[in-house]
Ligand binder design. Structure first.
Ligand SMILES: Cc1ncc(COP(=O)(O)O)c(C=O)c1O
Length: 474
């Protein structure tokens, strides 16, 4: 077995997370400390972020246009967040840092402001957030490459095939896959893009929380990421990048704050970043994101990445020992990846597996297609005829469950003990099957404990149970 150490940077006080010791009920009536292996979907808040938000709220007020002293303080905090984000990814001093809702919002914003006639090149294995916005533009999708070298070759070949015209070109690629965890060769892609007259957008939703990013060194022209995956779940994300494209046309959203002057016939739009931040900004979210960036930078993203690489290698080894564990990957197993593994366990339905892990073991993972249907179809060997059938069924209004898998994902505070807990649970499930009764809920087409005696926690807010969406997850 690989020699591994228990994470130390991860366990430091500065990186303490909210809710780390929460106990959850099991269907048996016992309570158990929650094992959170679902960071890739959304990560818990850093305590420091929560504390900073608490302090800010005393000073919270409108930003930018208020003359009141609290407005000055809030505006300084909002603008400070922009600076923290810029430093975290080593953006160029003149790059625009636009506060958005999340990665999806950031990429849609860029797609909505591309210069007329831009040719976009993207890979078919992307998260839907970096796949679907381009369908409105002229886009070429490159089939999922088998190796990083093939990704680079195909990118270069595709860029060379683009019509020789003065129209702008954009390469849109993920920093790290939310399905395989593979870290993409961003610096090489930046070089190829630039050599061929294209710009590079990196979807860093999965990369930013887990590995250092250097926009200047790696030639990243645009970068998008989400606060809720970066330990700051307060509803803000960021789009960072070159100003010319982002300020050339009309703004993506039109409204207050994005203008210099308006008459009934004419509007003069504001300069960046205000031009792309119409409406009242999410000050709390931006500040939370800025504090998360500063906190992670202070702890050292290299150290965080090294500990996670160690832990995911340990997880691959431990989980690989379980009978029936099938790990889905595309690139060679020694290729660097962020801390996540996508898998199935024998013939067990993936949603049943997730339900059993939660109900009987207190372990939270993700299951479904991870908003990356084309990549999942490739990994699960769904052929074209079956994909066609699924499309036809969906169009006809059927709620048939899509083929899918389970995904465990790690982050700050994750430990070998948690990986061991998952391995032990999977081993028990593989050997003895579920120890409770489960039924498919017709409203969601997903397995759930039946009955489910687990009470929701007592919280000072209204709680309405919501059936999770059909086979869909981040
Ligand atoms: C690689 C990747 N890109 C984009 C997104 C979209 O992020 P958000 O839902 O925060 O907009 C996700 C979310 O899971 C992701 O994993």
């Amino acid at each position: 077995m690989t020699a591994t150490r228990e994470p130390s940077v991860h366990g430091s006080d500065a990186l303490r997370l909210m809710g780390a010791d929460i106990e959850v009920p099991l269907v048996s009536g016992e309570r158990r400390r929650y094992v959170n292996l679902d960071y890739a979907a959304s990560a818990p808040a850093l305590q420091r972020v929560r504390d900073a938000v608490g302090d800010l709220l005393d000073w919270y007020s409108s930003v930018h246009r208020g003359a009141g002293f609290k407005s000055r303080a809030s505006t300084a905090a909002y603008e400070g967040a922009r600076e923290s984000i810029r430093r975290f990814v080593n953006a160029r001093p003149d790059d625009a840092v636009i506060i958005t809702r999340n990665t999806t919002d950031s990429i849609n914003l860029l797609a909505g402001t591309l210069p007329e006639g831009t040719h976009v090149v993207a890979f078919a294995g992307e998260h839907h957030a970096n796949l679907l916005p381009w369908q409105r533009c002229g886009v070429r999708y490159i089939a999922v490459p088998e190796t990083p070298a093939e990704a680079l070759e195909r990118l270069e070949a595709t860029l060379r095939e683009l019509p020789a015209c003065p129209d702008p070109h954009l390469v849109a690629v993920t920093g790290a896959s939310n399905v395989t965890g593979d870290i993409w060769p961003i610096a090489e892609m930046g070089r190829i893009a630039h050599d061929n007259g294209a710009r590079l957008l990196v979807d860093a939703a999965q990369l930013a929380p887990h590995a250092p990013i250097d926009m200047q060194r790696d030639g990243i022209d645009f970068l998008a990421f989400s606060g809720h995956k970066l330990y700051a779940p307060y509803g803000a994300g960021a789009l960072i990048g070159e100003r010319d494209w982002l300020s050339a046309g009309d703004p993506f959203l039109r409204g207050g704050g994005a203008v210099k002057v308006v008459t009934i016939d004419e509007t003069v739009w504001a300069d960046l970043p205000d031009r792309q931040e119409a409406g009242s900004p999410n000050v709390v979210g931006a500040v939370a994101l800025g504090v998360a960036c500063d906190t992670l930078a202070e702890a050292g993203m290299d150290a965080i990445a090294a500990e996670e690489a160690d832990l995911v290698a340990y997880a691959r080894e431990r989980l690989g020992e379980v009978d029936g564990f099938e790990h889905y990957r595309v690139w060679p197993s020694d290729h660097p990846r962020v801390g996540l593994l996508t898998f199935n366990l024998g013939a067990m339905p993936y949603d049943l597996l997730a339900a059993v892990l939660s109900a009987e073991h207190g372990i939270g993972i993700r299951h479904g297609c991870f908003c990356a249907h084309p990549l999942m179809m490739r990994l699960l060997r769904v052929d074209d005829a079956e994909a066609r059938r699924l499309i036809d069924e969906a169009r006809a209004g059927s709620h048939e469950r899509l083929p899918g898998a389970a995904r465990m994902s790690l982050g700050l505070g994750s430990t070998r003990a948690e990986v061991d807990a998952l391995a032990d649970a999977l081993r028990a499930i593989a050997a003895d099957g579920p120890q409770w009764t489960y039924a498919v809920n017709p409203a969601t087409d997903q397995y759930e404990p039946d009955p489910d005696p687990r009470p929701l926690p007592s919280l000072p807010m209204r709680l309405v149970e919501h059936p999770h969406a059909h086979g869909e997850s981040a």
